[in-house]
Design a protein around this ligand. Structure first.
Ligand code: GLU
Length: 281
């Protein structure tokens, strides 16, 4: 049996805010209560937006908050080979395909439709145009150097894995996954051999993570991650999606919003105990 293992997995593409503090502190508390482990993972696959300064800021803010973690920290940018192997495994299933439409082409396709569905994050589903392209056409396009992304044929994937569920600890419920809401999600890009979803499921399994504690904004993403876990033969962790911390305007916090950034709060004289109170933890 694995020891209960928790992780906080921020992306160093901005300053940590109260929402991150909530995730980190809740992970730490649940790990302690279960006598489990607490890991920190730096999700820096987007090498154009992640910076060493933001990464240092994560360590500094967490230490200030009193959150501790096991060494070594896993940095995703150091493991592209591992994600490439998982991608290759998915390619062999025949369930992913190279998708060539640019944003402009997607937009043009959608404006021609009377109605076009959007995913839980509000982005239009990927049009079904290159899902059934011939192998020769794909080879030709790739050889021509046009940028492309690997996408999952979600309909086929759902048929392959069958109905999926997860254990949601925040409400003590079994949740039925609804991956169809996402359509053909991106699994990897031509320049980065992974995506958020692929790297997360691979790492959670490699690090023996048993409990995923994160904000409610990632609740819907769990459906996609359950599909990938199943296709790759990885274990299913339990999930706890906590309430979102909203800004003064009632909207989700963003990394660019100064007033709820941990560094700004610290500079304004707040203490870690004040943060705990503000979060109502
Ligand atoms: N890296 C993601 C973020 O900062 C969180 C990933 C996760 O907890 O699964 O939003």
């Amino acid at each position: 049996m694995n020891a209960p293992t928790f992780r906080f997995a921020p992306s160093p593409n901005g300053e940590l805010h109260l929402g991150h503090a909530c995730s980190a502190l809740l992970n730490q508390r649940l790990a302690k209560e279960s006598g489990g482990r607490m890991l920190l993972r730096i999700e820096d696959i987007d090498i154009t937006r992640c910076t060493p300064e933001f990464e240092q800021g994560i360590y500094r803010d967490l230490e200030w908050l009193g959150v501790g973690w096991e060494q070594p920290v896993r940095r995703q940018s150091e493991h592209f080979d591992t994600y490439s192997e998982a991608l290759e495994k998915l390619r062999k299933t025949g369930l992913i395909y190279p998708a060539f439409l640019s944003r402009g082409e997607i937009r043009a396709y959608i404006t021609e439709q009377e109605y076009w569905p959007r995913d839980p994050d509000g982005a239009p589903l990927y049009p079904p145009l290159d899902r059934h392209a011939s192998a020769a056409h794909r080879r030709e396009k790739i050889a021509s150097g046009v940028p492309f992304a690997w996408r999952l044929d979600m309909e086929k994937a759902i048929a392959a894995v069958g109905p999926l569920h997860w254990n949601e600890l925040s409400s003590n419920e079994t949740i039925s996954a609804e991956p169809q809401l996402w359509g053909d999600v991106i699994i990897a890009r031509s320049d980065i051999p992974t995506s958020y979803h692929l790297a997360v499921v691979v790492d959670d399994a490699l690090q023996n993570v048993t409990h995923i504690v994160r904000g409610r904004d990632l609740f819907a993403a769990t459906s996609v991650q359950r599909v990938l876990q199943t296709l790759l033969g990885l274990p299913a962790p339990a999930y706890h999606h906590h309430k979102l911390i909203l800004g003064p305007d009632g909207r989700k916090l963003s990394k660019s919003e100064q007033s709820t950034g941990l560094r700004a709060l610290r500079t304004a004289g707040k203490t870690p105990a004040d943060i705990q109170r503000m979060l109502d933890l």
